[in-house]
Every structure is written in C-alpha cells, then in structure tokens.
Design a protein around this ligand. Structure first.
Ligand SMILES: Nc1ncnc2c1ncn2[C@@H]1O[C@H](COP(=O)(O)OP(=O)(O)OP(=O)(O)O)[C@@H](O)[C@H]1O
Length: 305
C-alpha cells in the first residue's frame, strides 16, 4: 500500500523557483511509492491551516513543505498542535532559507527532495514565544523589521538583495529599547539596539553571528543582546566584536537560554522566524527540547550546492 505524503508549497516564496521543479518533485515522490496530496498556499497562515485540516482527517507518513523560513514556521506551528507529530521534510525555496543551513540541505530543489527520502530523521528543539512557536529565531531591534517589511514582489525580483537594500534604508534610524532581562539567576537592565534568541548557525543570511556552539537538540537557545553604543568608539567596538565573533564583550551580552523573560515599559516589535510576531511589553521564551522530527542531510555532513 502507498504511504501518504502531504506536500505544501508557497508558490510566491523567494523567486518562485518551486514552479520550475514542481512536477518533477511530485513525480519523484510518486515513483518512490508515495500518494502525494499537494496544496499551494495562498497567503499568511495558510500552511498552518492546511496542516491542521489534513492531519486531523487522515494519517500521513510525511509532511513536506517548500518555501522560506516563514512557510516552514507555519507548517511546524501546525504540526506542534497535532498529537502525533508527523515527520517533516523541507525543500528550501525562499529568499534566505536560514534554517536550511542547519539541516545542510541542498540549494538545488530536486536534490533537496532527494534528501527528504534519503536523509536522517532528527529530533529538533522548537521555541515558544508568548504562546506562538518559532523554529530558529525570535528577535527585536536593528534590521529585524526588514525581514517582514520587505515587499514579497521585491524579493521575487531581487532575492536576498531586497533585504539588504531595505536594511540600508533603515541605517539612519537607530532605536534602542530599555529592557529588563531575566534568565536563570541573571537579571540585566540596559538599553538594547538588538536582541535575539536563536537556534541557528545562520540568521538573516549571516553565518557565525550566533557563535560556534549551536546545537539544535540540546534544549538551549543562544541569547545575544547588543547594548546601545554611547560613543563612536563603542559603535566601532560593536562592529569589531561582531566581525570577530566575540560575543562576550563590554558591548554584547551572550548566554545560553532555556527560558527567558524580557520586559519593557515601551512595546517592542518582534520578528519571529523572519515574520512580524507582534508588539509586546513582556515576552516569555521557552525552549521545547526535541519537540519535532525534521529530516536533515547527512551526505558528507555538509551543505551540497
Ligand atoms: N500565495 C501566496 N502569496 C503571497 N504570500 C504568501 C503566499 N503563500 C504564503 N504566503 C506568505 O508569504 C510569507 C513569506 O513566505 P516564505 O517565508 O515562504 O518566503 P520568503 O519570505 O521569500 O523566504 P525567507 O523567509 O526564507 O526569506 C509567509 O508569511 C507566507 O504566509
């Protein structure tokens, strides 16, 4: 008997590359003895709704999604609400595809489809921020709004360059947030231009920002909080620290996070997996260890181009 595979793709993600490969990817799964149920997403939260609808009606061996980090987030959020969490396969076809680096997935879409069937099932941590799930990052401050305010039409034409151009536009408008951060027995009060709780070697397309100790299943996130520079020297210090990967300095707080509380008088806008996550005075983030099973590439232990 054929096994069932639910395939959800965002036709507008990235430069719409999935449209070129759609038929051959479906044929590949069918040739490998899967009955493929396919849905194209039509807008925000659609992928989550499809997962909830389909998985409440039928049993699936695999849920495969294709799109960017936003689509993956929606699929995972749907799976997190199901009792028997189905295994997830991912074919990255978005603009940045940060999370795909962690799974060492090929950029070539048919090859990534191959990994869905040949890779290893990996239990991966998931984050919970004020009741919403995130796959790899929750962040506030400098440049985080570029990820959700860059128009999809510009991303379709320019790819990642669209984010960079939006980021440059925002450079003159630095803003800091006064926050109290409580994590384990540490309480910090300071003015921050940027903060991030993440589980990824790549954030916003930049690799290495989160340090060298990123493990996706250790029950811990990496917390990084950059203080507001007071002088030009401070500003240079922040840039130098980031370039050198020196995350524990007089300019930057960095520590592992199992659970963290951030409070502020002013409402702070958050980006969750690159999408707008809401504005909050109080944010509670928890690591849900090994909450989902996702397929990763094991071929030579590296990203295949
Ligand atoms: N048919 C559609 N038209 C427009 N937007 C859509 C459609 N389907 C889904 N979306 C929304 O598009 C948003 C962005 O999608 P996604 O993250 O997959 O691609 P991306 O932004 O190009 O890539 P990345 O997040 O890796 O930078 C998501 O919020 C998703 O809900």
């Amino acid at each position: 008997m054929k096994k069932k595979l639910l395939f959800i793709y965002n036709p507008m993600a990235g430069k719409s590359k999935i449209k070129t490969w759609l038929s051959s990817i479906i044929e590949f799964f069918v040739r490998n003895n899967f009955e493929v149920v396919t849905y194209a997403t039509t807008g925000k939260k659609d992928a989550k709704k499809i997962v909830l609808d389909c998985l409440s009606r039928d049993n699936y061996e695999l849920v495969v999604c294709s799109g960017g980090d936003g689509t993956l987030n929606e699929v995972i959020s749907g799976i997190m609400n199901i009792e028997n969490r189905t295994k997830i396969g991912y074919i990255p076809s978005g603009t940045t595809n940060d999370f795909a680096y962690n799974l060492k997935l090929p950029k070539n879409l048919p090859k990534a489809a191959g990994v869905v069937l040949s890779g290893e099932a990996f239990p991966c941590d998931i984050g919970l921020i004020n009741g919403e799930y995130f796959t790899y990052t929750a962040a506030f401050g400098l440049f985080t709004d570029t990820s959700y305010e860059t128009p999809q039409t510009t991303k379709n034409v320019l790819g990642r360059m669209a984010y960079i151009l939006e980021g440059i536009k925002r450079l003159p408008n630095w803003k800091s947030y006064r926050m109290e951060i409580t994590c384990d027995d540490r309480v910090i009060t300071d003015n921050f231009i940027y903060g991030m709780v993440s589980n990824s070697v790549s954030v916003g397309g930049f690799k290495g920002l989160t340090g060298k100790d990123v493990l996706l299943d250790d029950g811990l996130f990496e917390g990084i909080f950059i203080k507001m520079p007071q002088t030009v020297m401070d500003f240079q210090g922040v840039i130098n620290d980031l370039l050198k990967g020196n995350l524990n300095s007089e300019h930057i707080y960095s520590f592992p996070v199992k659970e963290i509380l951030l409070t502020s008088e002013e409402k702070v806008p958050w980006s969750i997996d690159g999408e707008f996550g809401g504005e909050f005075n109080s944010v509670n983030i928890t690591n849900l260890q090994k909450a989902i099973t996702i397929i990763r590439n094991t071929e030579n232990g590296r990203c295949v181009k």
